[in-house]
Design a protein around this ligand. Structure first.
Ligand code: DX5
Ligand code: ZN
Length: 220
């Protein structure tokens, strides 16, 4: 089995020193930097846009994992790719023409990923699997950091991992929301290969390095 990757979410970072926080995560062994884009429409919160992706691009070589929680993401795919996004995730709930958007992400030079809200069934991504590099399973309702992990999403992580294996595909399964020392091992046991963690990394009382180390220790 390949090593589990950790994608710290800068939503929980101190934005007064964002560059430094990203460098700290990089130095502490982060595999990706997760960037949560929210529009106040698809989700009840407004966060950051392409400027923040550009900022992150200037301070790290790590892949930038951009999670678009926005309506009509097809209007912004090229902008985010140009800003430096390596992976672009779009919600199936926002894309009536999901296959077209996935293709658009690839054409823009990024790796396409599709996201499912907690209530959206695994079957919704069955037909798109051969076209994507990653499936992101929301383990909380998108919109805010620091929420409690929904344990019922574990069976969906397993179902998607099985679907991928049955088809002989090389697709990552990422989980996002409430991932910490207590939940990390469980999601991995159910088939997750990439873990997003905001609060557990940037909100750790002893700092980013300690947060990363605690997650790695929980997985060991
Ligand atoms: C939630 C975001 C998450 C969030 C996770 O809508 O997609 O990426 O930053 O935060 P934690 O790890 O604190 O649950
Ligand atoms: Zn996210």
């Amino acid at each position: 089995m390949t090593t589990v990757r950790i994608a710290p979410s800068i939503l929980a970072a101190d934005f007064a020193r964002l560059g430094e926080q990203i460098r700290d995560a990089d130095a502490a062994g982060a595999d990706y930097i997760h960037i949560d884009v929210m529009d106040g429409c698809f989700v009840p919160n407004i966060t950051m846009g392409p400027m923040v992706v550009e900022t992150a691009r200037r301070v790290t070589q790590l892949p930038l994992d951009v999670h678009l929680m926005i309506v009509e993401p097809e209007k912004h795919v090229e902008t985010f790719a140009r800003a430096g996004a390596d992976i672009i995730s779009v919600h199936v709930e926002t894309c009536p023409h999901l296959h077209r958007v996935v293709q658009q992400i690839r054409d823009a030079g990024a790796r396409p990923s599709v996201v499912l809200n907690p209530h959206t069934p695994a079957v919704m991504i069955e037909e798109i699997l051969p076209f994507v590099d990653m499936v992101l399973v929301m383990t909380v309702n998108p919109g805010f950091g620091g929420q409690t992990f929904i344990p019922q999403t574990l069976s969906k992580v397993r179902a998607i991992r099985d679907m991928i294996a049955q088809r002989g595909l090389a697709v990552d399964v990422e989980v996002d929301g409430g991932i910490d020392e207590g939940t990390a091992a469980q999601v991995v046991a159910h088939g997750a290969s990439v873990l997003v963690a905001g609060t557990a990394v940037f909100g750790h009382p002893d700092g980013v390095r300690a947060g990363m180390a605690a997650l790695r220790a929980a997985l060991a």
